[in-house]
Design a protein around this ligand. Structure first.
Ligand code: HMG
Ligand code: MG
Length: 299
């Protein structure tokens, strides 16, 4: 059955901007985006990433971004933390939530965070433990859940193994990433069923990129199974620097339009969101990747 309510986790300031080519985007544009997103009613915004600036130059101003936002009460501002150094930065910046990120594929893990899956889990354990000792909840990502740019098909059982390891470690929520957007609804359902046999459904989030235009269909499939947390990015911004050809997350406007049609509550204002999507696209001189954003522009 469909959930009555869905929490949208807004990815655009992090997943949306981390791969933007060209000059590093001004901190003021990033904070302007985050503040506008909070004004739309989004309660959970991934605001920054405390990773190596050599690996991801666009996220090099994470501390300044976190310091520059106008914190809206009730909004959770989260940040990626691949290791203890990242966690230190996120704690100093008063992140409300942090996230460790692994993958179901060995090759992708190597390219993305320069270690094996087993090493990544060893590295995450103290990050999760220390974050929780500071009272900071930790999200866990599993990438390449429906396919890997280097290895192709990924077995659902492998996704379940990594998801369960992160959950057992103390991650409060596991976000399942179709990093390169290759999934289709039946595949999404089977992957989810494999994971849900090990991690409770209410602890799972869907993080689907839209490279092949299947993200909304895949979301419909997992919503029907009971997933009630969806990661998305306004204007469909984004991609992943270690997944060639990957396009952005599914557009938040498009997801919201779908959810409204299904009578599912989110607390997010569609018209403000459309305005925000158009604003950031103007700032970046970028095409708006949201169909709904294009259809409703100026309305
Ligand atoms: P490494 O080179 O193996 O690590 O990188 P290292 O510990 O040897 O450190 C190398 C250098 O980085 C050192 O500096 C460290 O101090 C520095 P140097 O001595 O050379 O001057 N360093 C850091 N600096 C700032 N903050 C840190 C940090 N850690 C080390 N936290 C590492 C390992 C994990 C650091 C690196 O591989 C990395 O930063 N990777 C980030 C990759 C990334 O951000 N990918 C995108 C996010 S994941 C994603 O998009 C997928 C997702 O959306 C879900 C989906 O769609 O599937 C979540
Ligand atoms: Mg992603």
């Amino acid at each position: 059955a469909f959930p009555k309510q869905v929490r949208l986790v807004e990815m655009s300031p992090r997943d949306g901007l981390q791969n933007e080519p060209g000059a590093v985007i001004a901190t003021a544009i990033k904070t302007g985006l985050i503040d506008r997103l909070a004004d739309c009613g989004l309660s959970h915004i991934e605001a920054a990433s405390f990773v190596s600036p050599k690996w991801v130059p666009q996220m090099g101003d994470a501390a300044e971004v976190m310091a520059g936002i106008n914190r809206r009460p009730g909004v959770r501002y989260s940040a990626l933390t691949p290791n203890l150094k990242g966690l230190e930065g996120a704690i100093a910046a008063r992140a409300d939530e942090v996230a460790v990120f692994g993958a179901a594929s060995e090759s992708f893990t190597k390219k993305n965070i320069n270690c094996t899956i087993a090493e990544s889990l060893e590295r995450f354990a103290p990050v999760v433990e220390q974050a929780r000792s500071h009272g900071i909840p930790v999200r866990g990502y599993v990438s390449t859940v429906m396919g890997c740019p280097y290895e192709g098909d990924i077995a659902p059982g492998q996704v379940a193994t990594v998801a369960r390891a992160l959950y057992d470690m103390g991650c409060h929520e596991i976000s399942l990433g179709d990093t390169i957007g290759v999934g289709t609804p039946l595949k999404a359902k089977r992957m989810l069923e494999a994971v849900a046999a090990h991690v409770p459904m209410e602890k799972l989030a869907a993080h689907f990129h839209d490279t092949y235009g299947q993200a909304l269909a895949n979301l419909y499939a997992v919503l029907e199974e009971g997933v009630a947390v969806i990661d998305s990015s306004v204007a469909g911004l984004g991609g992943c620097p270690y997944a060639k050809g990957a396009s952005g997350n599914v557009a938040t406007e498009d997801v919201l339009y779908l959810l409204e049609g299904l009578g599912i509550r989110t607390g997010v204002d569609l018209h403000r969101l459309v305005a925000t999507g158009n604003w950031i696209c103007q700032q970046l001189n970028r095409h708006n990747g949201s169909k709904v954003g294009q259809a409703l522009v100026g309305n």
